[in-house]
Design a protein around this ligand. Structure first.
Ligand code: SF4
Length: 279
């Protein structure tokens, strides 16, 4: 989000949104010109962040006053009412206190507030965890609606629930120990994972999709490395059943094998298939 205060500080890397690099920008400038319009964020357990002494409409007024100071309270209410209706939320919610809403409704309300300025990118960090399955489904449907109705242009959905991700996103990037180890279309990443970690991840969870739901569950041995001192070679080496001395000798680059498809491993696709059949 590019929004941080000391002792956090920017050291390196780039965050480019729509051609504009926001890395290292003054946090106040980010707040004024980037947050809300360019990029918005739903943090984990966002529903618990609402001040319980304020009505929902007051949170929306705060956002609008910061970005559209000339907008009257009447116009804000009219705009919020219309937006809630389009997203399938009862407008009566606007006059309620957070404590009067169920967990699922609170989470959907927070999402509606986060995208009130129609950002280009929404970063949703585990937006459906800690919800029951029915509420999860409604949150996912709402996020899809936001895209379909053009209220957000794109979304980065962060989760450890790969089967859920399959139903939300077009593309998946699998990260391990701070690095992308595989990327591809949602279908490729779920049905034909290439990196040993992605394979282990898919093998360790129940996937309801046909062709995968019968698979036997397996576990990935060991624990992730200490990121204060990551290993110089492959970061997955300690846990990988295919590890060779070469894997530990040097860092492994992410290599592209086709448009949008890449993985970070020394083994070729063919070698992995062979290793699997022998192992
Ligand atoms: S580079 Fe080696 S240790 Fe790392 S994932 Fe590939 S086979 Fe396993």
């Amino acid at each position: 989000m590019g929004y941080y205060f000391p002792p956090l500080h920017y050291t390196s890397g780039e965050i480019i949104i729509d051609g504009r690099n926001i890395s290292g920008m003054d946090p106040d400038d980010v707040r004024k010109s980037i947050l809300g319009r360019e990029i918005s964020y739903i943090p984990q357990a966002a529903m618990n962040a609402l001040n319980p002494t304020r009505r929902i409409i007051h949170f929306i007024e705060d956002v609008m006053h910061a970005h559209e100071p000339s907008m009257s309270k009447k116009d804000i209410l009219a705009m919020a009412t219309e937006r809630f209706q389009v997203l399938g939320l009862p407008p009566s919610v606007l006059q309620k206190y957070p404590v009067e809403l169920s967990g699922g409704m609170k989470q959907r309300t927070v999402i509606a507030i986060s995208v009130i300025l129609s950002p280009k990118v929404l970063v949703a960090d585990e937006p459906s965890s800690a919800l029951d399955v029915t509420s999860q489904k409604m949150v996912i449907k709402m996020l899809r609606d936001l895209m379909d109705k053009g209220f957000i242009k794109s979304m980065i959905f962060i989760t450890h629930e790969l089967p859920l991700l399959y139903n939300v996103t077009d593309d998946i990037a699998v990260m391990y120990a701070g690095q992308i180890v595989e990327q591809g279309s949602a279908k490729e990443a779920v049905f034909t994972p290439l990196h040993p970690y992605s394979k282990g991840l898919m093998g360790s969870i129940i996937v309801p999709e046909e062709g995968l739901r019968e698979a036997k569950l397996t576990a990935i041995p060991g624990v992730p490395p200490n990121l204060k001192k990551p290993p110089s070679g492959c970061r997955f080496a300690e846990r990988c059943q295919y590890v060779t001395p070469e894997c530990r000798a040097h860092s492994i680059d992410l290599r592209a094998i086709s448009e949008g498809r890449a993985y970070r491993c020394i083994l070729s696709e063919k070698q992995m298939q062979e290793a699997k059949s022998h192992g």
